[in-house]
Write a protein of this length. Structure first.
Length: 283
């Protein structure tokens, strides 16, 4: 783990602890995954078994269990991040002069504000952890190991775990208000993690299939000054030779790109997909 990753993972753990302890825990909202599991366990067990204790007890064995699949570097980074998260959560709740026992110091008892901002802030922490080679929660390790055996995707496994967790929370506390607000937290955190890992302004890739590739490529190149890749293609039903053009634009350029293509070839087929990362050059 280089120094940059060490600093980033430290910051990630601190941020996540702030989101959880300053917004979620005071009003008894629940995070997702092992963090949410730790929160509910800390509420139904003796006081000495705090959130920080459960975070380490539950997460560390999971990361060690996934050592073979995830690798030594990831496991070390993940455990380090969880330890920082747990330590900061303990400092905020038990040491620092901040009252987080009844309401959020920043959002009061407003459940919606606590759910949204708690989710966003903890999402920033989790996103940074993943981006710099670690993890904040051992649920992903469980998902990677067992999802394939169950015939489902990792994302589906995590979602099912969290839905069951919130149902359990509702049964235990005999109320559905907090679990439902916790789902808002989960949604806000999930979206924030995507933004942190993949960026706010994701590019769009266009796959254009046309019989007029030269005219379209020239016009796109002149207007956008982007690299363009072409591939030979053949229409199955039309039994005609065609060309597939691969072109990457930002989201503000999609409309203009479609207008240019269809003004030259009204029958051109355009498929647009979201691009998370771009490496190298498109010629």
């Amino acid at each position: 783990m280089n120094f940059k990753n060490f600093v980033a993972l430290t910051i990630a753990g601190i941020i996540n602890a702030l989101g959880i302890t300053m917004f979620l825990t005071p009003v008894k909202l629940y995070d997702s995954g092992i963090s949410g599991t730790s929160m509910i366990l800390s509420q139904v067990t003796p006081e000495f078994l705090s959130l920080s204790v459960f975070l380490i007890i539950l997460n560390v064995p999971l990361f060690l269990y996934g050592l073979k699949k995830q690798g030594k570097e990831f496991t070390v980074c993940a455990i380090y991040t969880v330890v920082i998260y747990s330590l900061c959560a303990w400092l905020i709740t038990d040491v620092l002069p901040v009252d987080v026992s009844i309401v959020s110091p920043m959002a009061g008892s407003d459940l919606f504000l606590c759910a949204v901002f708690g989710g966003i802030i903890s999402g920033v922490g989790s996103g940074l952890a993943i981006r710099f080679g670690g993890a904040m929660d051992g649920i992903e390790v469980i998902a990677i190991i067992f999802a394939k055996k169950l015939g489902i995707t990792v994302g589906t496994f995590v979602m099912i775990y969290n839905v069951l967790l919130y149902i359990l929370c509702g049964v235990i506390i005999q109320s559905w208000i907090l679990p439902l607000y916790s789902m808002v937290t989960y949604a806000a955190a999930l979206k924030t993690v995507d933004y942190i890992i993949e960026g706010f302004d994701r590019s769009k890739s266009a796959m254009i299939i046309t019989e007029k590739p030269d005219e379209i490529c020239k016009e796109l190149s002149d207007k956008f000054e982007n690299g363009i890749t072409t591939l030979k293609a053949h229409g199955y039903y039309s039994d005609k030779s065609k060309t597939m053009i691969y072109f990457v634009v930002n989201r503000f350029q999609v409309g203009k790109m479609k207008s240019i293509v269809h003004s030259i070839d009204p029958k051109a087929y355009i498929s647009i997909t979201e691009v998370a990362d771009i490496f190298g050059a498109n010629n």
